[in-house]
Design a binder for this molecule. Structure first.
Ligand code: C2E
Ligand code: MG
Ligand code: MG
Ligand code: MG
Length: 269
């Protein structure tokens, strides 16, 4: 029972809180229903090399909602993570992405493409995460070296030993790892050296003003140099202009993803 002696302001506060809880509960129930009804879809955004050739893509989830239309991941991934729904949603994402890789691998022009899949912390920390990924690789008969898992810094700094162990189990089977949104988290360089990563992904917040903001230019240059000295590939996300691409290329970043090359779409062929 809420505080009765608090006066109106308390009652309004309680009502607001209740509204928030109800809205979240409704969204969660709606998501659960949406999963059953197969309302989620994967979009694919091309990743290109310095010759502009598509080398792969990143899978990005959307919710094709019957009333709300196409809902972006920022509107449901946070709640999916809090509620635990990310486990079933993530399993669906992995399965659907691997089916797409199998489709690409069955055709001569697309068989060398890589597919990057975002993995949330809660999903990665499941005891059977490694088994889940290996099961998908086997079931879809895909070349594991074309599957790239995107992890974030916050996921990596927590329980480093167990994380490295899981990554290594997948790495020995050929699966690659990319560190997403690099530079926005708080991982230390000593962790970075120990993690069996393949790629650093420069966050779009640095790329956006790379030509006008000297700090962003310096940060980007530093990430590229860091990647080079650690033997990691570097890809930039959020590349929208040729000017940004040219700057990145001059600094030695040779892979790009962004609207300059294509928005995420349901039917990248
Ligand atoms: P992210 O993994 O860093 O994905 C990159 C985001 O940048 C995507 O937003 C993409 O559409 C957007 N983007 C790509 N190129 C450009 C560009 O040139 N300019 C600008 N302004 N934006 C660009 P999206 O699809 O809304 O996804 C947002 C975030 O949601 C992702 O960030 C990722 O953290 C999360 N997310 C998306 N799909 C999944 C998923 O399947 N699983 C999980 N766990 N998270 C996902
Ligand atoms: Mg990503
Ligand atoms: Mg990213
Ligand atoms: Mg990002």
């Amino acid at each position: 029972e809420a505080k009765a002696s608090g006066g109106n302001s308390f009652r309004f506060f309680d009502k607001d809180m209740l509204d928030i809880v109800n809205t979240r509960a409704a969204l969660e129930a709606d998501m659960r229903h949406g999963l059953q009804q197969e309302q989620f879809v994967l979009y694919y955004q091309p990743q290109v090399n310095s010759a502009g050739v598509v080398t792969g893509a990143e899978a990005l989830v959307r919710w094709q909602h019957p009333q709300k239309g196409l809902v972006p991941p920022s509107d449901f991934i946070p709640l999916a993570e809090e509620s635990g729904l990310i486990l079933s949603l993530g399993a669906w994402i992995l399965d659907t992405a691997c089916a797409k890789l199998a489709e690409w691998q069955s055709s001569e022009d697309t068989k060398n493409r890589t597919l990057a899949v975002n993995v949330s912390a809660r999903q990665f920390r499941q005891n059977d995460f490694v088994a889940q990924v290996l099961d998908n690789i086997a079931r879809h008969h895909i070349d594991a070296s074309k599957l790239k898992l995107e992890l974030t810094e916050s996921l990596l700094v927590d329980n480093v030993e167990a994380t490295i162990d899981k990554m290594n189990q997948l790495k020995t089977r050929g699966v690659g790892f990319s560190l997403d949104d690099f530079g926005t988290g708080y991982s230390s360089l000593s962790y970075l050296k120990r993690l069996p990563l393949d790629q650093l992904k420069i966050d779009q917040s640095f790329v956006r003003d790379i030509l006008s903001n000297n700090n962003d230019a310096v940060i980007t240059r530093t990430i590229i140099a860091l990647g080079q000295s650690l033997g990691l590939a570097v890809i930039a996300e959020g590349v929208e202009t040729i000017g940004q691409r040219d700057f990145l290329q001059q600094q030695g970043c040779l892979s790009y993803q962004g609207y300059l090359y294509g928005k995420p779409s349901a039917d990248l062929r």
